[in-house]
Design a protein around this ligand. Structure first.
Ligand code: NAP
Length: 169
């Protein structure tokens, strides 16, 4: 069975990594869809789709997964009724969707897919918004992301980018 897990991954953090490991215990292959792929260089979405692909693939290399994982950027289409068809046209066929996002849940359910809720590991700490805030404020953010993700963010000078966008320099 092949599954789909969609998120914005701004950035990909240890909570996401935990969810991915849990999903892989239940399925044979996983598609990770990077939502809002067209967005970057904003406070909500600082990283490009390509940078997020790099973060996720390198973080997955760290945990030596044997199962096949596809990481695929998905642009928003601003027409919810057509979004599931749009997603299906961009990724390999899948049978089950993992999400906690109520809209994503509803749209895939209406389209007839099996949809499962995901577990979330220590949600109060492992949260994209909170990690981005720490980056801006100069607090310790690295402990909340896989080591490979921290390396990518440094490689692309991501902290300067998000601080500049926030008007901190
Ligand atoms: P999101 O807007 O990125 O995330 C919403 C919230 O859910 C965030 O706080 C996120 O936390 C949290 N979250 C993510 N995964 C979670 C999990 N496993 N357990 C608990 N909370 C979790 O939405 P998303 O569900 O991650 O991604 C949906 C993507 O689909 C978005 O890019 C959206 O734009 C796209 N979409 C597009 C359309 C359209 O184009 N019409 C329609 C529907 C959805 P973190 O920040 O920590 O991840």
């Amino acid at each position: 069975m092949r599954a789909l897990f969609v998120g914005r991954f701004q950035p990909y953090h240890l909570g996401h990594q935990y969810v991915v490991k849990c999903i892989l215990e239940e399925v044979d292959e996983l598609i990770i869809g990077i939502g809002s792929a067209q967005e970057s260089h904003t406070l909500e979405n600082p990283f490009t789709a390509g940078e997020r692909v790099l973060m996720i693939t390198r973080a997955l290399d760290e945990i030596e997964i044997k199962k096949k994982i596809y990481v695929i950027p998905l642009e928003d289409i601003y027409r919810n009724a057509l979004w599931v068809s749009h997603v299906c046209s961009m990724v390999p066929p899948f049978q089950v969707v993992y999400t906690n996002n109520p809209l994503v849940y509803r749209l895939f359910k209406e389209a007839g897919f099996e949809v499962r809720r995901t577990k979330m590991f220590n949600r109060s700490e492992y949260q994209g918004t909170e990690i981005r805030r720490k980056m801006i404020e100069g607090e310790d953010w690295e402990r909340y992301v896989p080591r490979a993700v921290a390396e990518v963010i440094k490689e692309i000078d991501g902290i300067s980018r998000i601080r500049e966008i926030a008007g901190k320099r």
